[in-house]
Design a protein around this ligand. Structure first.
Ligand code: NAD
Length: 273
């Protein structure tokens, strides 16, 4: 039987001191919030995005609070860029303990309007890059005492909407890859998990919540009665990235304000015949 890992004392279970974390899409609405949280918990953070400019403000915020962050630019829709990014981040930080696959894109269109270019663009970032980055990170994560991958999947992996067919397919693939990677790599001490958030109130999703009828639909359908804020993803991601979740791998934490908990048949009472 494999030996159990030595865990930190309870108050430090969620600490990230000494951890070297690479976060893709760190300039985005969710990525920037996660990056600052990791730094506040003591991690050294590799901030990746399409350009240095996109992550410079995040780096400045982290340095202002006394943390350490490095910036990396790479277009991860290009296959070779994925391995290059992992190599540069690991060599700058002297290794890698956690990879958070946060970069993602969407092009919302009805199925009949989706072009081959749309399909390839979305799958390259949301799906292929997650695979290639994880693959390239393997030796570094294996060398770590607490190697972990946390993927940002989506509720759309299991609950879809109009106009997101390709995006939903890529997120279902990410949740599937999470399980496949977890199976193969637990032998190397690497845990792989994901989160599946519902709509988080960001620019990325403004076309959804920005329209009155959709906003009302979300309020009525989500038992919590509102959309999530980026800060509300931090707890789950930190949990999955730290030894606090040392016996958890291959799992998806669904962060959806209760949408999947069931329906409200009594709301039909007044309209029933
Ligand atoms: N916002 C939501 O409601 C929501 C819900 C569920 C899941 N997610 C997922 O969370 C992640 C972050 O979402 P967000 O709302 O912060 O989006 P965002 O657009 O604010 O951030 C995504 C980041 O990824 C970067 N990126 C995109 N393509 C890239 C490429 N080819 N190379 C390098 N970087 C690239 C972008 O520059 C951007 O900074 C995404 O994977 C998204 O699918 C978001």
């Amino acid at each position: 039987m494999r030996p159990a890992p030595s865990l930190p004392p309870v108050p430090d279970l969620f600490r990230m001191d000494g951890m070297r974390v690479l976060l893709t899409g760190a300039g985005g609405a969710i990525g920037s919030v996660l990056a600052e949280a990791f730094a506040q918990l003591g991690a050294t953070v590799a901030l990746h995005d399409v350009s240095h400019d996109r992550v410079k403000p995040v780096q400045a915020a982290i340095e202002e609070m006394g943390g350490t962050a490095h910036t990396f630019a790479a277009d991860i829709s290009i296959a070779q860029e994925c391995a290059r990014l992992i190599d540069s981040a690991a060599s700058t930080m002297g290794g890698l303990d956690v990879l958070v696959n946060g970069a993602g894109i969407n092009r919302r269109k009805p199925i009949l309007d989706v072009s081959v270019d749309d399909f390839d663009a979305i799958t390259a970032v949301n799906m292929r890059a997650v695979f290639l980055l994880s693959q390239a990170a393997h030796p570094h994560l294996k060398a770590s005492a607490h190697g972990a991958i946390v993927n940002l999947s989506s509720l759309s992996a299991r609950y879809s909407f109009n106009t997101i067919s390709v995006y939903a397919a890529t997120k279902a693939a990410v949740s599937g890859m999470t399980r496949s990677f977890a199976r193969e790599w637990i032998a190397d001490g690497i845990r792989v998990n994901c989160i599946e958030p519902s709509v988080v109130q960001t620019e990325f999703t403004k076309p959804l919540w920005g329209e009155e009828h959709r906003s009302r639909w979300f309020e009525d359908t989500t038992p919590i009665g509102r959309l999530a804020h980026p800060q509300e993803l931090v707890g789950a991601v930190v949990f999955l990235a730290t030894p606090a979740s040392s016996y958890i791998t291959g799992q998806s934490i669904v962060i959806e304000g209760g949408i999947l908990s069931g329906g409200d048949w009594d709301s039909y009472a007044e309209t029933s015949t």
